[in-house]
Design a protein around this ligand. Sequence first.
Ligand SMILES: [Zn+2]
Length: 179
Amino acid sequence: MLQCLSAEPALLGHPSSRCQLPRRALLGVSASMLFMRSTLASSGDYEAMLINCIDPRFAASSHAWMRAKHMQNQFSQFVIAGGPIGAMHPYFAAWHRAFWDNLDITTEFHAIKRVIAFTHRDCSAARLAFGAAGVATPAAETANHAALLQAFRTEVARRKPGLDVVAGIMALDGSIEPV
Ligand SMILES: [Zn+2]
């Protein structure tokens, strides 16, 4: 049994790690990971990656939108504060690579066709990125979100030619204003 769930996979079983596993268990883990990889590689043909904010108020609405577009269980999801703002705005520069690396993986393994990029109104991460004045009015909020989402669309096109981007700003009622 795995006793230490917090250890890095690479450290499991290493002599310096306090998290020891029997060799047979390690072999089993490797075999199942290989199986997962080959399964994903051979059967991965999905619709999209959704990138959206960690804000709990928008989780159900985002999934409802995906379901309404017939993409339930057909999308990977990258959840990060601000969604596309976290992946793109210089304020969160340390996070950017994680997103683009994940986009590489989901395009390779899941053969996604598009990225669904949602920001949302009244977003704490947007306030950090754009400043209080940048989200003080609906017009300022819209302008800053729209500019960010356009930059996101341009960057996806540069890195992944042919991958569509569907972008929008989600309101508190779950409706989407396309950008
Ligand atoms: Zn947010």
